[in-house]
Design a protein around this ligand. Structure first.
Ligand code: CA
Length: 606
């Protein structure tokens, strides 16, 4: 006979923590939802909470919950509940009640929602496998032997395909990169075919997780943002999907994009922004465990190394676990092939090395690099910061080379000051430093390099070689602002000179031993009307006009030619510091020139 006694789970009593450093780390997965058709399990990490309530909603717009449950405390600081039956299609939030009861919390989908409704306000219960597009299970990363073979093209979904001249139907969406056969009005390839024609091996997409600056309920407003304002880190952004209200749609369409790019032989790098959140008061971190995920100064105020009002604390065990599992989620669930860390120097070296070790287990050709600087000084010991110089302590992790960038175009602090491209002497050693890949090399006089007086790379493929990216002016605008025209009566350099300088700049980038990196539209001689920071500028500034391709076909072909040359000659991508020292020599040459030779069958080249 079945027992009539209902055995209630024994709930752990509330522990006392002296400080948040004593909080236990959640065991098992950082994800809060585990769906099966039989039941859905919820678990939220919030060690200092008094209680946690789960709301289940029939729809994302429903005002009243269908069901509410009190979660049970566990010893690892998490709170759990199981809801029986098939919950697919429903929505959920957590509401945390804090110890003092003084802090008014808002409902949150948790820190690790993997599916959300519009604007990411409520979590969605879905079957992840039903978001897989046809052919997803057999999707493979395009072949790549070594990281040194990468040629990276950075693009923004909206820049790339929003202009009518792109010929793309799903303009500004993830699906834009799934459309084959799109052409400009002149019949030249655009979209994914343009990428294939150029020959790049990787695209780096600007932030594509759920971010906060675009209202997904008002997409007809045609607002623009780069997306450096994270809300839900583990869900694709809704405004790039065709239906942000449908939680499966953004996930499926993101995967369709990856699948199409992989079929085209192109790998995909995600720009990730773990260093700060859109805001603090309303963030999922604050609604879950206030204070834990952000660094503070000695006076208790928030650190602001991001320049966006806050900085996260990667050195705290649960934030580190969060970042590791988030990267794993994108690499495994979405088949991503690389990660570009925004303001990487805000994080900490052990976390970055742990991410590299984890990625090596998944696939050692997955790229990992970032900005080796912060906007302001982080609230963390200098020795622990993943700044450029500390790439020496982070094998397999790369950084952008501002020595080369500014040696070519001029310093970051003044758009009107030129450098090598403006014909100014004194930048030759900075160019050399970039060409060898920031490694120790007898041909580089480090005392004359603009920013670094020591090598900062162990291997040349740790260096990202570039002259422009989404930040700052386009190369065209910068050259117009900083290069004096030959004739006195000219106000600016003419297009012919501009194109010659553009070619020279990218010749340096694409013959460097680092990983070359191009910003979308430079090959078309696009400009941004001189705008320095176009993060929220309208389409009239940011959209690529594809009719430029016919006008500047010569430049576009030149880029493709440089890429083809690099691919044909392993001498340009030796991938090993000792090989670079053995095979690359600089030849003395007049001021304002740099000459180097790759000899003795470098890299097996003929
Ligand atoms: Ca969003």
């Amino acid at each position: 006979m079945a027992s009539a006694t209902l055995l209630l789970g024994c709930q752990a009593s509330k522990p006392h923590y002296e400080s948040l450093n004593d909080y236990p780390v959640k065991t098992g997965s950082a994800k809060e939802v585990n769906y099966t058709p039989q039941q859905t399990k919820f678990s939220l990490w919030s060690p200092n909470a008094d209680s946690v309530k789960l709301n289940i909603y029939e729809t994302q717009a429903a005002e009243e919950p269908l069901q509410q449950l009190w979660l049970k405390r566990r010893n690892d600081g998490s709170w759990t509940a199981t809801v029986k039956g098939d919950q697919k299609g429903k929505f959920y939030t957590f509401l945390v009640f804090d110890p003092a009861g003084t802090y008014e919390r808002e409902e949150t989908p948790g820190i690790f929602a993997t599916a959300v409704g519009v604007n990411g306000r409520r979590g969605a219960i879905i079957d992840m496998r039903q978001t897989d597009p046809q052919g997803w299970s057999s999707d493979q990363r395009p072949a790549m032997n070594r990281q040194a073979d990468a040629i990276i093209y950075e693009l923004h979904h909206r820049d790339y395909s929003i202009h009518p001249s792109s010929g793309v139907q799903n303009s500004g969406k993830f699906l834009a990169l799934t459309e084959y056969g799109t052409v400009s009005p002149e019949g030249l390839a655009t979209g994914i075919d343009h990428l294939r024609e150029l020959g790049v091996t990787h695209v780096q997409i600007l932030p594509s997780y759920d971010y906060g600056s675009i209202d997904e309920t008002r997409l007809a407003d045609n607002r623009y943002n780069w997306g450096y304002d994270p809300v839900n880190y583990n869900v694709p952004e809704g405004s790039y999907s065709t239906d942000p209200y449908n939680p499966e749609c953004r996930i499926r369409e993101f995967k369709q994009m990856i699948l199409a790019l992989h079929k085209a032989g192109i790998r995909v790098i995600l720009d990730v922004v773990y260093n700060h959140t859109y805001d603090v008061a309303h963030s999922n971190f604050t609604q879950t465990v206030p204070g834990y995920f952000y660094r503070t100064r000695e006076d208790g105020s928030l650190g602001n190394a991001s320049g966006c009002g806050n900085e996260t604390a990667s050195e705290r065990p649960m934030m580190r676990k969060f970042m590791l599992e988030s990267i794993r989620w994108w690499a495994e669930e979405y088949h991503l092939d690389g990660f570009r860390f925004d303001l990487m120097a805000i994080h900490d070296i052990p976390t970055m090395n742990a991410i590299r070790a984890m990625l090596d287990e998944i696939d050692p050709t997955i790229l990992l690099y970032g900005e080796g600087w912060a906007a302001e000084t982080p609230q963390l010991d200098e020795a622990l910061r993943p700044v450029k110089a500390n790439c020496l302590h982070m094998p397999g992790i790369g950084a952008f080379c501002d020595e080369l960038r500014d040696g070519l175009r001029g310093p970051f602090y003044d758009d009107h000051v030129g450098a090598f491209l403006a014909g100014l002497p004194g930048n030759e050693q900075s160019i050399r430093f970039g060409i060898v890949g920031a490694i120790e090399h007898p041909g580089v006089d480090l005392s004359k390099v603009n920013y670094s007086h020591q090598p900062w790379a162990l291997q040349p493929s740790q260096l990202i070689s570039y002259v422009s990216c989404h930040d700052d002016m386009m190369l065209t605008d910068r050259l117009r602002a900083s290069v004096k025209p030959a004739a006195k009566k000219q106000k600016q350099i003419d297009d012919e000179q501009l194109m010659r300088l553009d070619k020279l700049a990218q010749t340096v980038v694409l013959t460097s031993q680092g990983l070359p990196f191009l910003w979308n539209g430079e090959e078309l001689m696009r400009d941004k009307k001189g705008v320095h920071n176009s993060y929220c500028s309208p389409d009239s500034i940011n959209a690529i006009d594809w009719t430029l391709k016919a006008r500047n076909k010569d430049l576009c072909n030149y880029y493709a030619g440089l890429i083809a040359m690099r691919k044909a000659h392993p001498a340009f991508r030796l991938g090993d510091a000792e090989l670079v020292r053995n095979h690359l020599t600089f030849i003395d040459s007049p001021d304002c020139t740099v000459v180097f030779r790759l000899a003795n069958h470098a890299g097996g080249d003929v």
